[in-house]
Design a protein around this ligand. Structure first.
Ligand SMILES: O=C(O)CCC(=O)C(=O)O
Length: 255
């Protein structure tokens, strides 16, 4: 569970990093499953960045039996998330970011609620990024603009295949707010608010940068499009570390 000072820090900055929370060996196991998982690869899709480089991710709106779904339900993520959000949360979607050596493209400045606005009335939503690989400046770690969640939702437009925050406004925002490079050892968690501006550089290194991002909404957030099943409240189970480890092992055995 998070301390009051950590919750306060999240409210001020719009993000909270918890270094090395999951053991390195657990991340090695998760990475081994993900790398061998044909279904993950088959489900991956590419979004071009502004320079035409390929940014790849594998996203699921549902929670099938998998190692990734197990982490979505991990008590160590769900419970802090509820502390930060101040209420019960439910799963919106989760995605493995597959930033490959030398080819993994950039992500332009955006707020997740820039996209999610289409499905929800309120920005009471957040994500937890789990560093599966080590994330460094060289392999294109996430960058965040400290305190930018307080700006409210910015207008977003098309850049490449991605939806980016309004460039003119970003010019002024960048002069006023501090950019933080979130370098993360495997097992590090980054909780971030859906209105926090973030981006990442292309991967210029020989190391991959895979990360699992689990996205949640406050239970009381109203779904704008009731016909879209993924935006609907559904009670989320909370799993212990042992139960998550068993699910990872089951997934490995099924590959
Ligand atoms: O993984 C990254 O570098 C960017 C992820 C991101 O921007 C997102 O999931 O919204």
């Amino acid at each position: 569970m998070l301390r009051a000072t950590q919750i306060e820090q999240y409210r001020e900055d719009g993000y909270l990093m918890v270094q090395g929370h999951f053991p390195r060996e657990d991340m090695d196991r998760l990475l081994a499953v993900a790398r061998a998982d044909q279904a993950l690869a088959a489900n991956a899709n590419d979004r071009l960045d502004a320079e035409g480089r390929v940014s790849r991710l594998s996203l699921r709106m549902d929670l099938p039996e998998s190692a990734y779904s197990a982490y979505v339900r991990h008590r160590d993520i769900v419970e802090p998330m509820e502390q930060l959000m101040g209420e019960e949360v439910f799963h919106y979607h989760h995605k493995m970011m597959l930033k490959e050596p030398r080819v993994g493209g950039a992500w332009e400045w955006h707020q997740d609620y820039g996209y999610w606005y289409a499905n929800f009335l309120r920005a009471d939503m957040a994500s937890c990024m789990i560093a599966v690989d080590r994330a460094s400046k060289q392999n294109g770690c996430l960058q965040v603009l400290k305190g930018s969640h307080k700006l409210g939702r910015l207008e977003h437009g098309q850049t490449g295949d991605q939806t980016g925050a309004d460039m003119e406004r970003m010019g002024v925002v960048l002069e006023h707010l501090q950019t933080v490079h979130c370098e993360m050892e495997p097992g590090t968690l980054l909780f971030f608010h859906s209105n926090l501006l973030h981006r990442s550089d292309p991967n210029q290194s020989d190391d991959s940068r895979w990360a699992l991002i689990c996205c949640y909404s406050a239970a009381s957030n109203t779904t704008f499009k009731p016909e879209v099943k993924a935006g609907q409240y559904e009670r989320l189970e909370r799993w212990s570390a042992e139960k998550v480890a068993e699910a990872v092992e089951r997934h490995r055995g099924a590959l």
